[in-house]
Each structure stands twice: as structure tokens, then as C-alpha cells.
Design a protein around this ligand. Sequence first.
Ligand SMILES: [Zn+2]
Length: 470
Amino acid sequence: MEYDLLIQNGLTYLDGRFERLDVAVRNGRIAALLARDSGARARRRLDAAGRYVLPGMIDFHCHIREPGPQAGAGEDFTSGTMAAANGGVTMVCIAPDGHLLRNLADAEAYDTAVALGRRKAVVDFHLAASPMGFGAGALERLASRTCLYKIRMKDYPGPLETSVGTADTGILDECFAAIARQGKYCGIHPSDERYRQAVERRLRADGLPRSLAQVLPHLYGDEEMSAGAWLLAYYVRKHHLRWHALHCWHRGYLDLVRMLKAQGEDILASLELLPTNTLAAHPENRHSEELVRPADGLRIPLGHTAGPDWDAVWAAVREGTIDILGSDHSPHLPACYRPQEPFRSSAGVPGLDWYGHLLLNEVNRGSLSLERLVQVTSEAGARALGWYPYKGSNLPGTDADFSICDMDRVWTIGSGPIYTQSGLCPYYGRTICGKVTHTVVRGTVVMEEGKVLARPGHGRFVGPGYTGGS
Ligand SMILES: [Zn+2]
């Protein structure tokens, strides 16, 4: 019997360990795990000698700009998922945001986005929906479509049904009750909105010249984010909401998550990989955070110097307080960054092109083990969201999604192609150790050594009750 693909001589993840097993693929699924030199015949062989075969990495939190007010300008499903493939990612969970993937608050908007993704994505995808249409009965119709809601705890202008969040605890109370009845997770970016406004007032009053580099270190801090999380927690516990605790990287927030988990609340805590958390290895970069576009040398100063205590954060990943990871890939157009108008500027950065590689570098730095990396990039989230074992495992019969990793490769970021549409890189020039050499989605090699090979339309939508594609 001939297989479509045989991945040979690698160390393959199985049941929490790496084993000397070849992986045989047929019709997009893992057909068998074979002893080495089994003599199996295959149309294509991939030699993974000295490499690790991980279940495909899932980015549990990222953004694109389609559909939206500037649909596709800056990132559409194709460029965003090509960047994912380049970063070793086989599936993305795309989240709504005010001006990125906007307004997934009703079934019609959701279906439109899914149709676009089916036509244009190169890796598999899920879409988190906004629950803010709950007052109009939208949640009932979203239930069969989405596995995850997401909001931002922020005062958004405009009618409730079209927003992607609120800081109004009266509305959050009702919203959480509605989501809890469905038993779905809700991702929330916590923020004490009044505190944030006070920070802004103080900064405006101090008379200093204002720039992103001067303002950003004062935002997204422990007070603003942890205080928001503690405020949320009352309503989370009241309704036993399944809480996807986004951006869990401050001590106060981590303490809260530890406490609620110990009390039996169902919390899926996530850490998003941002430029600040690779700084420890590059202290010389600490005050020169900038976005660089290698193609033409464009440089945008950002000043993301407000680094959380990453030693505490990685400890929380190792001990299991943090369950899953995401890139928070935020692909803004260069014009969206206004370094001299920091309160009107975008601040998020692209990340997908480098996501898996940077995580392997963290493994090499001792931040987490390769086995723990599999759990937090794949297994744990797939279990929580109902896709396991079809996603998140290397078990026979499931999707043949793999991130094949060379842990010893030393290379410099920016030396290869960049697929995010803006071409902006927050890690330009950094030398790291570890590289995802191949991204395989349902048996198709979609990235090989930094070249994305798959065509738009290869990506599938993964929704509730997923039992594998082919
Ligand atoms: Zn985000």
C-alpha cells in the first residue's frame, strides 16, 4: 500500500514524549506511525533526521484586517495565513477587534468571513465571534458556528450590536450570563478603563513631548490590566463563565488566575508572544524598539519598553497557570502608526511570520520544554475548544498537521521572505536558535525552509464538533 507522504527519521511527538517514529500520511490524515526503516512506500518522502515532528502549532489569538472598514488593506486571509505558514503555524484562531477583523457579532457577518477564509486561507482557521449582539438574539445563531467569543474591556463608541467590547459591568453581567448558558469560552482583554483614562490625563498634563516611546510604557501595565481582570473576575465567577483569560502576563493577573483555577473555575489562560518577551536575550535593544521594513528600510519607532516580568510569566507557563499561547499578530498599515500622536496610534505589531521560530528559541533559552511547547501551542487549546484529537495530536486517524523543527539552526530574522502584507518586522536583525523548517497542513507541505507553497483555498474552517478534514 502506498502512502501520500512519509516523514522519516524524525522524533515524533506522541502522548507527551518524542519517539523515533515515522509518520505515514494518506488523504490528509495520519494513516500510521511506523517504526523506522519500515520499508513503507510513499509518493513523497520527507527526511526529518535530527528534527522534531510536532503536532501542528495553532496560534490561538491573532488578527487580520478582513472583513473590515479597510477590508484587506494591511492583511487579508491570504497574506495573514501565508505569514502563519511561514511561522510554522498550521491553524489560526482569528479574533475580532475594532479596526482589524471587525464586527463578527452576528451569524451573517460570521458566515461572510468564513466564506472569505475558505476561498483565501492557506492554513486552517477558526474565527472568534464578538458576543456583543447578545441583546439582539445573535448569540443563539452563533452557537453552531463559533467555539470562542472575544471582547475587549474598553469603552467603544457606537451601538452595542456593532462593537467588539465594553467596559460597562452592567452589560458584561448580562453578556456573561448569555455566554455561560452556551458553555463557550469568552476571551477578554482586561483593562481598567477608568485607570487608563487617568493615565492618559496625567500624561497629557505633564507637559513633556509626547511620543509612543514615552506613552507606551505607561499603558498595558499591571494596574491597568490586573485591576481590569479582578473586576471581571467577580462576574466570571458569578456566572461560572468559561473564561479565556487573554494577555495573562502581569503578576496581579496571574495570582488571580491561580486562585480562580484552584477554586475550580474553568479558565483558559493565554500568553501572547510580543517583542518585549524576546528582549532578555538582547538587552542592547531595550530602548530601540522599532518596526523595520527590510524591503525599503522604513523604520517606525514604537517604544514597547514596558516589559512584564517575563521570568514570572514563563514560570507560569511551565507550572500550568498559563494554558495556551498566541501571537496577537496585529497587522496595521504603516500609516496607522503615528509615533508623535501616541493616543491616536496603533501599537500592536505583526508576529505570525516569526511565531513558531521565536518559540523554539524560547525552548533553547530554557523558558519551557519542547513537550510543554506542544501542549501550549496545540494540545491544550485543541482539547478546550473541542477539536482534539483531530487537531492537537499526532494520533492515527487525525489531521496530518505538523510543525517540523530544527532545534539547532542559528539564523537571523529578516534574512528570509516576510509574508505579512506590510512587510514590517519587530524582530529585525535578531539572531535566534531554532527554526520550523516545514509546515504541513492536512498532509500538504505549505511551507518549506521559509518558502510558502500552498495556494489560497487550501485552508479549512474548523468549527464546533470538528472531526477532521481531508
Ligand atoms: Zn488581540
